[in-house]
Write a protein that binds this ligand. Structure first.
Ligand code: ZN
Ligand code: ZN
Length: 338
């Protein structure tokens, strides 16, 4: 836990109320040459402390133990168990995202401390459905996001129950079982980078992804506020369970990571600060930069795809200049095509 007071105001700038130390680092998992010390700290902070990913993994395990109808019942597509799965996801998304929204944006429990964007969420703005950024985001998250999330989950559960998707049991393969849990955020990051680049292909951007990008200044409900086409593409990360033998706990972790961690990564604040100490890391400045500057940081800090493919904006003046240059080239290329 770091002391917050000592970090201000050097972490303020004209564009940001707060930003982390720059340049922002990538995950040490793929660092070359290897950085064992940084890797050990990252691994401990991510997996062996009360981190966001440990909390979401806890939700996935609880979902399997207490809130999942027996797999036997999922052999046929019955209304009852599908409605149950839908209600479960609806409640989970609503409770987590509402808690984040109330804490940070309605009750402003930590004021502007660790808030990236100096602005508040938009109200009375015709850009959004219902003229409200919040209700626009709630609508697309719940009406489309939770529905498509549930559809994928139902499909994989039905396939697992019928033997169409390969299953892995804890008792027979405990090491592989745990290894796959560690792999899910990495898979998710890999999938996200590539589908997100696809979503920035101008025709798809225009009809689908621009809806998510209405949110330049983001809040927790912005995370899963997407067009149905984007939900279908983004949540297709679940189809990996048809290829890799896994357990419903892996499926729930994969899907809850894609949905709940979208709420936390868009929260607009870097962390929960209580009594001047960071208690829980949430926000992702890497993705906040994507919402501000668009054509950069398509992935996340989990995997350095952006660095490898020249789209990394590390938040410094040089990173910004690189993004501007990239955007200019993209526009020229598009003009040339017309
Ligand atoms: Zn985007
Ligand atoms: Zn986003």
């Amino acid at each position: 836990m770091s002391d917050v007071k000592s970090e201000e105001p050097k972490n303020q700038s004209r564009e940001w109320n707060y930003h982390p130390d720059l340049p922002i680092p990538n995950s040490p998992v793929f660092a070359w040459p290897p950085e064992p010390r940084r890797l050990a700290v990252w691994f401990k902070d991510s997996w062996f402390s009360l981190s966001e990913r440990v909390i979401i993994l806890g939700f996935a395990i609880l979902t399997w133990v207490y809130f999942q109808p027996p797999l036997e019942n999922c052999k046929t597509l019955g209304v009852e168990w599908i409605a149950y799965v839908y209600a479960r996801n609806l409640i989970l998304m609503t409770v987590v995202t509402t808690a984040l929204h109330l804490y940070f944006h309605t009750w402003k429990k930590q004021g502007m401390v660790k808030k990236y964007d100096p602005r508040q969420l938009a109200t009375n703005n015709g850009l959004y459905s219902f003229r409200s950024q919040l209700w626009d985001n709630v609508f697309w998250t719940l009406a489309s996001g939770v529905t498509i999330w549930t559809a994928y989950e139902v499909l994989v559960l039905w396939a697992m129950a019928n033997g169409y998707a390969p299953m892995l049991s804890w008792s027979e393969h405990p090491v592989l079982f745990i290894f796959l849990l560690f792999m899910i955020p990495i898979w998710s990051s890999f999938h996200f980078y590539w589908v997100h680049r696809l979503l920035h292909w101008p025709p798809l951007y225009k009809i689908a992804h621009s809806l998510h990008h209405r949110n330049v200044n983001v809040g927790p409900w912005s995370g899963l506020s997407m067009h149905p086409i984007e939900h279908i593409i983004y949540l297709s990360a679940s189809l990996i369970h048809f290829l890799v033998a896994s357990h419903p706990i892996h499926l729930f972790f994969n899907m809850q990571w894609a949905t709940l961690a979208a709420a936390t990564s868009h929260v607009g604040f870097e962390s929960v600060v209580i009594k001047d100490k960071n208690r829980l890391d949430l926000g992702a400045f890497h993705h906040q930069l994507h919402h501000r500057y668009f054509e950069c940081n398509y992935g996340n800090a989990e995997m350095p795809w952006d660095k490898w493919f020249g789209s990394f904006n590390d938040g410094t003046a040089a990173g910004k200049a690189m993004t501007r240059e990239r955007l200019k080239k993209m526009m020229a290329k598009q003009k040339g095509r017309r």
